[in-house]
Design a protein around this ligand. Structure first.
Ligand SMILES: [Zn+2]
Length: 268
């Protein structure tokens, strides 16, 4: 129902209209004051608001604020100053604590993150291979849209915040192909749960400003909606989900409702 619907019981007082002409100088100043105050408050908390715990490296203390310089927004209490973990890495480690994802598995890890790499090593996997497009700092140079690896090669594939950067219609079937039967793909990516359908539009991927405006980061190509699940299922995966609730969300500095998608390849 619109705010001007005839059923609205609004009383307009002459001389009190909130039109542009009626806005005082103090009113016009107010949003600047509010925003400056928000900025100053954010600056106060750049190096932490509350003590937290990092399940990746065991650090206890304040996490730092983090913002990708080529994105919008800033997360307070986001970055572990010891292992550089973000919220998603700490959530994945909680999923591992609950389901023993890494121990005794032959693992392929895309774009390996510093802290997570050390954590997985310490779980004593049966095999652990890292890969990166371009190969920098990793064991293999792999293009996730055209994976040059044999079928059924890995029991566990870790793919954390990559699918939003690439053509997932190419990547997901190829990931399914390289996961062994009964094995698992760990997929994490930003998902707008309020959207049934992924937003992607080739005309809005062309410039850095458009990608920041529509997808919130200079190198993102889409915002997944709830249909991420059907995209994963259509490749053949059985999709399970893990999320954390309180008190773990506050204790470990997590994003409320963030999901780890545990995508299992059927045995047969
Ligand atoms: Zn840490």
């Amino acid at each position: 129902m619109s705010a001007t619907s005839s059923s609205d019981n609004l009383t307009v007082v002459p001389g009190k209209a909130r039109g542009a002409a009626a806005v005082s100088f103090a009113d016009r100043l107010r949003p600047y004051v509010w925003t400056l105050r928000s900025g100053l408050r954010t600056m106060r908390f750049l190096f932490g608001r509350f003590p937290r715990e990092c399940p990746v490296c065991g650090y206890k203390g304040r996490f730092f604020a983090y913002a990708n310089p080529l994105a919008l927004g800033i997360n307070i209490d986001s970055l572990c100053p010891r292992c550089f973990s973000h919220e998603r890495h700490r959530l994945l480690v909680l999923a591992d604590r609950a389901q023993a994802l890494f121990a005794n598995k032959n693992i392929l890890h895309f774009a390996p993150e510093h802290g997570l790499k050390a954590y997985i090593h310490a779980r004593q996997p049966r095999g652990y291979t890292t890969c990166e497009f371009g190969g920098r700092g990793a064991d293999l140079d792999i293009n996730i849209e055209k994976i040059d690896l044999p079928d059924n090669a890995f029991e566990l594939v870790v793919c954390c915040h990559i699918l939003e950067h690439v053509d997932d219609h190419l990547a997901i079937p190829d990931l399914f192909r390289i996961v062994s039967k009964g094995g698992t793909l760990i997929a994490m990516t930003p998902v707008i749960e309020g959207w049934d359908k992924t937003f992607e539009d080739g005309s809005k991927q062309k410039t850095e400003d458009d990608r920041i405006l529509y997808f919130n980061q200079h190198d993102h190509l889409r915002f997944f909606g709830g249909d991420l699940r059907s995209r994963l299922r259509s490749a053949g995966f059985i999709v399970d989900e893990y999320t954390a609730v309180e008190p773990d969300v506050s204790r470990y500095g997590l994003i409320r409702g963030e999901k780890v998608f545990l995508c299992r390849k059927p045995e047969a």
